[in-house]
Design a protein around this ligand. Structure first.
Ligand SMILES: [Zn+2]
Length: 314
């Protein structure tokens, strides 16, 4: 606990994601249309977000996407960066991502949210020009680069998992611990530890059966300097949040003290990029902590033993 408190005082005022580019924070409020005046990288050819047109994707069947270390509860804290609410965990228990379109291992850095003024807009990527009320980004950096900041210097530096939300009549219990702390971090720079350790599995793998169904494309950060260093993985499955849960995010305040009613960047040109759609392939086992791949051989052994006993009895 003591260790966490030390890191909190160090990080909560300016979390790394914002801290790297301290002057970009003002630019965010100037508006996305002006970003490229300051950062030419914001008008590159691999910019995010994009509209994903389901009729213009290439179906592929990649190796299973794997998330490791998500089944341990992580002590987590949420901060108001002035642009979004960012969740980080106690870093001693690393969460890793590999497989799918990724050739290497990526380490979890943070997750954060994008939302809109109302329940009809808010996501960054669009699907068939449809906007969702919220999008969550789970950001991972390539393990070989040792840190998030170093990874930003390389075109294969980041992998970002994107989750889209729709409005549900009932609140989603998985997000209640996060929503609960939002009133305590209304002011920019404030942070709060979640009351209970968070099981990232519930947030990152809400449905194991649907985790291999996603779109993927090469893109950028969606805030200045819009570095083109990210492999995006957008899950097709939609998550649920109630209107009140969504509305709680809109009460956060930005640098000026105004309500952070929307924080999504408009879609950017696709240019020459190809969006891949990973389709479920039954010959692959589901990639999740490596546990599924162990269970199947055990089943075969058990079945074999049963047949042997049956034959012996004859
Ligand atoms: Zn984001």
């Amino acid at each position: 606990m003591k260790e966490l408190k030390v890191s909190l005082t160090k990080k909560c005022h300016y979390p790394k994601f914002i801290g790297v580019f301290q002057n970009k924070i003002n630019l965010i409020f100037v508006g996305p249309a002006n970003w490229s005046k300051e950062y030419h990288t914001c008008s590159g050819k691999l910019q995010s977000p994009i509209n994903i047109d389901e009729h213009n994707v290439t179906n592929v069947s990649l190796s299973p996407l794997r998330l490791i270390g998500i089944d341990n509860p992580h002590q987590s804290y949420v901060t108001n960066t002035g642009h979004t609410a960012t969740l980080r965990t106690n870093e001693s228990k690393a969460v890793m991502l590999s497989g799918g379109p990724l050739e290497n291992i990526y380490v979890f850095e943070q997750l954060h949210f994008h939302w809109g003024e109302n329940d009809h807009e808010g996501s960054e990527d669009l699907i068939n020009n449809h906007s969702f009320p919220m999008e969550m980004h789970a950001v991972f950096y390539k393990e070989d680069y040792k840190s998030f900041n170093e990874a930003l210097k390389h075109s294969d530096g980041l992998a970002i998992l994107a989750y889209l939300y729709e409005v549900s009549p009932q609140p989603n219990p998985t997000y209640e611990p996060i929503v609960k702390v939002l009133p305590d971090i209304e002011t920019m720079g404030k942070g709060k530890v979640l009351q209970e350790p968070l099981l990232l599995e519930n947030v990152l793998v809400p449905d194991i059966a649907k985790i291999q169904d996603y779109f993927t494309y090469p893109g950028s950060l969606t805030t200045p300097p819009c570095l083109e260093v990210a492999r995006w993985i957008d899950f097709k499955d939609h998550q649920q949040l109630s209107h009140d849960q969504l509305a709680a995010f809109r009460d956060l305040r930005n640098q000026e003290g105004d309500k952070l009613t929307h924080n999504f960047r408009p879609v950017q040109p696709l240019e020459n990029r190809e969006v891949l759609h990973n389709i479920l392939n039954n010959t692959h086992n589901s990639g999740h902590s490596g546990q599924r791949s162990v269970k199947i051989p055990i089943l075969f052994v058990a079945l074999g033993a049963l047949v042997a006993i049956f034959l012996f009895a004859m």
